[in-house]
Design a protein around this ligand. Structure first.
Ligand code: NVA
Length: 367
């Protein structure tokens, strides 16, 4: 039967259909020019790569399955990807790396804009084939939804020209990293279009795209040409020494309200568009934890990586007591869901999902 399956213009309108990742076969990838910096020098992960311990995969899958149950009980349709054997090498004419990673965080790979889903360019070599795990779903949407636009960003070559080499010298201090963020000096070059979908915050007619370690300026130019009727804004968060993905930094909860990581505040000049249009930017609550879980690449700020179900309802990680309380004060109904066992596989509740259908149309929130 032909029917409309794909539609989503933002992260807050009523969610009806979503993809939730799977942790099966996930690997810690070998170091490569784009990722080596994410492993602290004294971490037990240093130099370690290969399949993640099976018991951690099982624990993550239990929490992912529980998220599916919570969503299904609330009437949200859920689809799941088909994981590949991620421990295979990636070999192209331009590079070789020892293994792939995972398909747990669909948000990094799939970008839904209206009735279109774009398979993102991606900027890590180990994630080059990740979109294949979602192909069975996208193929089905294409067969069943006559309006579904299935797109892929230009495939990057990810050759040595795409990265600044020795950018992450081990002696670089945190302060130096912050200077580089402030100077918009990132590990990726402008050789080709590079972006991860999770660097794009969708708010109707406006796309706010984080320029950082995983997304470059050429990607912004590509978005401008692809969507001449939309407004593309490059945003930067100078307080972030590792600017990767916008969704633990700047998270919209409903029209007019955004929570912002207090360590990574949006600079004054970039706040204007929100303030002029009556949007409130609120500092997110402190995380409840001082450390991320073991073998996790993300920061403790996954506390704010929430999944909004509609303008009044949000799913927040169950142990994040301060974030739960803040959501309540901001007038949201909060559904706590335990999710820390899944963090190491690529992120929190927002990362672990990708929109297929939200009610609503393309609104102009910033006229
Ligand atoms: N750079 C982010 C990843 C968010 C999903 C963080 O670790 O804070």
């Amino acid at each position: 039967m032909m029917t409309k399956i794909v539609n989503s213009w933002n992260d807050f309108d009523p969610l009806k259909h979503v993809i939730v990742g799977r942790a099966d076969h996930s690997c810690i990838p070998p170091e490569e020019p784009a990722t080596s910096e994410k492993v602290p020098i004294d971490s037990t992960m240093r130099g370690m790569w290969g399949p993640r311990p099976l018991e951690t995969v099982e624990k993550a899958n239990i929490q992912l399955d529980n998220l599916v149950k919570v969503l299904t009980e609330r009437g949200v349709k859920v689809d799941r990807p088909e994981p590949l054997q991620w421990n295979q090498p990636v070999i192209t004419p331009d590079f070789r790396t020892g293994s792939m990673m995972t398909c747990m965080p669909p948000r990094d790979t799939l970008l839904t804009i209206g009735s279109e889903i774009i398979e993102a360019a991606m900027s890590f070599r180990c994630r080059f084939w990740e979109y294949l795990a979602f192909r069975p779903l996208l193929s089905r949407y294409f067969n069943e939804d006559p309006e579904f636009l299935w797109s892929q960003a230009p495939r990057p070559r990810l050759s040595d020209k795409s990265y600044k080499h020795n950018y992450y010298d081990e002696r670089i201090s945190l302060e130096e990293r912050l200077v580089r963020t402030a100077n918009k000096d990132f590990v990726t070059t402008e050789e080709e279009i590079l972006f991860d979908a999770a660097d794009v915050m969708r708010v109707g007619k406006d796309l706010f795209i984080q320029h950082g370690l995983t997304t470059n300026r050429k990607a912004m130019e590509w978005f401008k040409r692809k969507y001449p009727d939309m407004r593309i804004h490059a945003v930067n968060f100078p307080g972030d020494p590792y600017p990767i993905h916008i969704d633990a930094t700047f998270v919209p909860l409903r029209p007019g309200l955004i929570i912002n990581n207090p360590h990574r505040r949006l600079p004054k000049e970039q706040r204007v568009i929100f303030e002029k249009n009556g949007w409130e930017i609120v500092d997110a609550a402190q995380p409840a934890h001082t450390e991320p879980p073991p073998l996790c690449y993300s920061s403790v700020w996954l506390s704010m990586n929430c999944l909004v179900l509609d303008h009044k309802t949000v799913i927040v990680e169950a142990s994040e007591v301060h974030q739960l309380e803040q959501m309540d004060k901001l007038g949201m109904n909060v559904i706590p869901v335990a999710f820390r066992d899944a963090y190491a596989f690529g992120g929190g509740l927002h990362c672990a999902t990708a929109d297929v259908y939200r009610e609503g149309t393309c609104q102009d929130y910033f006229p």
